[in-house]
Design a protein around this ligand. Structure first.
Ligand SMILES: NC(=O)c1ccc[n+]([C@@H]2O[C@H](COP(=O)([O-])OP(=O)(O)OC[C@H]3O[C@@H](n4cnc5c(N)ncnc54)[C@H](OP(=O)(O)O)[C@@H]3O)[C@@H](O)[C@H]2O)c1
Length: 272
């Protein structure tokens, strides 16, 4: 039996989140079930999904077939902005819980800002927290100004914004947003953490990867972890699932970190 990886955790207001998880956007049907099953066998314990991804049922099937108990898992889902009014959030969360065959989510996020007054969404989040249907709540795709506004409303509602999940990779180093989040006790999770592959031929990253005898994907993920972010790379291939876990077993030097920090490329893959 291969040794299960020791995955570092991030303390959230209610419980710990594994700093390394599996993203599942575009994983559907049998491919999704297979990838999640394989990931769980390899030791992944944090799964990121959303009502938008239409794969929560397959994730539940993979969990049922793989064996980790609910308390060993960390499940994140997200509500779409068009459902972000009070009744919509309650209904969307219940539907996600049902599809995921669980009675609570570890983290529930507003997928992106904009459609419904946020105070109404946060009122629903507070109800979900009180009813223990979710353990932590957060936001996604919020920029600095939107974050400040959200923090004020969350304070009024008496809830904590645990996480801001945003695009973050060596070609999109959102340093100021990270600092603002950190200053306000909001953890940042990086999505598109290997920039969907566009960084693979980057000369600086390749040089660092070669020196550590690692892949560029591993260097990117490692850079994120060493910046204190959590990360949720999506992988359907077993080779990728395993390779990405290898990120946990090496360390970038201060010089490596500085070289990646100063790549100076600003390429956003997901339009806001
Ligand atoms: N909150 C939001 O608005 C938002 C937006 C986008 C994404 N997300 C979340 O973040 C997750 C990750 O982002 P993403 O899926 O867009 O992009 P990503 O994780 O940066 O890239 C995924 C792609 O990289 C490939 N890959 C994985 N590991 C690799 C490796 N070691 N070497 C080479 N290629 C590798 C995968 O291939 P294979 O599948 O072939 O293995 C897949 O094509 C999503 O799945 C989703 O859960 C959230």
């Amino acid at each position: 039996m291969p040794r299960k990886p020791e995955i570092p955790v991030i303390g959230l207001p209610s419980g710990d989140m594994p700093a390394f998880g599996l993203g599942t956007w575009r994983l559907r049907g049998d491919e999704c079930e297979h990838a999640v099953r394989k990931a769980l066998e390899l030791g992944y314990r944090h799964i990121d999904t959303a009502e938008l991804y239409r794969n929560e049922t397959q994730i539940a099937d993979a969990i049922a077939a793989s064996g980790p108990t609910r308390s060993e898992l960390f499940l994140t889902s997200k509500v779409m902005p068009q459902n972000a009014h009070f009744d919509g959030v309650m209904a969307a969360c219940n539907a996600s819980l049902k599809r995921l065959q669980t009675d609570y989510l570890d983290l529930y996020l507003l997928h992106w800002p904009g459609r419904v007054p946020l105070d109404e969404t946060f009122r629903a989040f507070r109800r979900l927290l009180e009813e223990k249907r979710v353990r932590n709540v957060g936001i996604s795709n919020f920029n600095k100004d939107q974050l400040r506004h959200a923090l004020q409303l969350a304070k009024d509602e008496g809830i904590a914004v645990a996480v801001n999940q945003v695009e973050f990779h060596p070609y999109l180093f959102q340093k100021e947003l990270l600092q603002t989040c950190r200053k306000n006790g909001v953890h940042v999770t990086a999505y598109c953490p290997i920039a969907r592959g566009i960084i693979m031929d980057d000369p600086v990253l390749t040089k660092i990867a070669n020196r550590h005898q690692r892949s560029v994907a591993q260097v990117s993920l490692r850079w994120l972890l060493q910046h204190g972010l959590s990360t949720i790379p999506k992988a359907s291939k077993e080779k990728h699932l395993e390779e990405n876990l290898g990120t946990l077993h090496f360390t970038l030097t201060r010089e490596d970190m500085a070289a990646i920090d100063s790549l100076g490329i600003h390429r956003r893959l997901v339009p806001l």
